[in-house]
Design a protein around this ligand. Structure first.
Ligand code: FAD
Length: 322
């Protein structure tokens, strides 16, 4: 099923979930059980990540295929195009067809440093080239989405970092939407005001109708929270940092519980301030369920999902690593 059809069929706020393919078969079995339990959260769609250059192709297709065939939820497979040729893209898309995967998040990926230095990106230089290729060859068979960066995309030119600037990126985001992208998922962020400014700019300059799904990563440990924000070039507002005084930073349970409140605050602010225009919240789950389930259960915007859910279903269990 097209994720846009599912999104359009729901008027109430909802969530979507990102998973990555585990390395081992026991990790895969654990994750599939977890995804089964998380079905109670009625995700509008589930995405599965792709290693740039096709490094996880087999495992990504395997996981995405099983999820597509086991649940009613639309599955969206990430697909990167850097250092890739059309034959590899076609092979991945043919497999998606066979597995019933109808949604693709078309990404550039990050070229390996040595490839970047030589300026050899393969047949596709930017994500827009992949969007054009899929739409040109497969038409509406795939519902295609793209990435966006509320604080601007971090990039390097001649070994120097280019200042992040959402205004500079927006013209390229418009190219991707004009090429046929039907939805946008953002990089993770913790500054709701930066997302809101970006959403306004997107509405004014790119599209008044294409949905934007804000990317949210639950806070599971203070160290990982800071590391993820740094790797994603996402800023952490001072008032959020102030919620983690040094004496609690090593207490993961305390950090998680504060993190749940922070994410609830971000979601509710975005839903209210956009007057419901933004109504599907995308979680980078890191293959964990507990914080996401708590956020949904306790958020005034999202708790209707579990209140309306089938009470006979089992709730959340634990977060063992996958
Ligand atoms: P693009 O849209 O091509 O943009 C890349 C850069 O080029 C930007 O700075 C942009 O401003 C600039 N640009 C774009 N078009 C032009 C143009 N015509 N001329 C000049 N400059 C241009 N990576 C993975 O490897 N696997 C994943 O599964 C994955 N999933 C992701 C999911 C989400 C929601 C997000 C936000 C990112 C994900 N990434 C993933 C990371 C992503 O691949 C990197 O951030 C990558 O550096 C950029 O990808 P893009 O699709 O945004 O690229």
């Amino acid at each position: 099923m097209s994720l846009i059809d599912n999104y359009n069929s729901k008027q109430e706020p909802s969530i979507s979930l990102e998973f990555f393919p585990p390395k081992t078969s026991s990790g895969k079995a654990n994750l599939l059980e977890r995804i089964g339990r998380m079905n109670i959260l009625d995700p509008t769609f589930v995405t599965v990540t792709w290693g740039a250059g096709g490094t996880t192709a087999e495992k990504t297709l395997d996981l995405a295929g099983i999820v597509a065939q086991s649940f009613d939820t639309p599955v969206c497979m990430h697909l990167t195009c850097t250092n890739t040729d059309t034959a590899a893209i076609d092979e991945a898309l043919e497999q998606c067809r066979a597995l019933g995967i109808r949604n693709i998040l078309a990404l550039r990926g990050d070229p390996a440093i040595e490839d970047n230095a030589e300026g050899t990106f393969g047949e596709f230089k930017y994500a827009v080239d992949l969007v054009r290729y899929i739409k040109g060859k497969y038409g509406d068979e795939f519902c295609v989405g793209v990435a966006a960066y509320p604080e601007g995309h971090f990039s390097m030119e001649d070994d120097t970092s280019v200042e992040q600037d959402p205004l500079r990126d927006v013209q390229f985001l418009k190219e991707k939407v004009d090429a046929g992208a039907e939805f946008v998922i953002t990089q993770l962020f913790y500054d709701a005001d930066k997302f809101l400014a970006f959403e306004s700019m997107f509405r004014a300059q790119v599209s008044s109708t294409v949905p934007i799904f804000p990317g949210l990563m639950p806070i599971n440990s203070y160290l990982l929270f800071n590391r993820a924000a740094k790797l994603s070039h996402a800023s952490i507002p001072q008032d959020i940092l102030d919620k983690f005084p040094p004496e609690i930073q090593a207490d993961d349970n305390m950090v998680k519980s504060i993190g749940v409140d922070i994410l609830i605050g971000i979601i509710d602010k975005i839903y209210r301030r956009t007057e419901g225009r933004v109504r599907c919240f995308h979680f980078y789950t890191l293959n964990l369920e507990k914080s996401v389930a708590e956020i949904v259960a306790e958020s005034p915007t999202l708790s209707h999902i579990v209140d309306e859910g089938d009470e006979s279903d089992e709730g959340v269990i634990s977060d063992e690593s996958t």
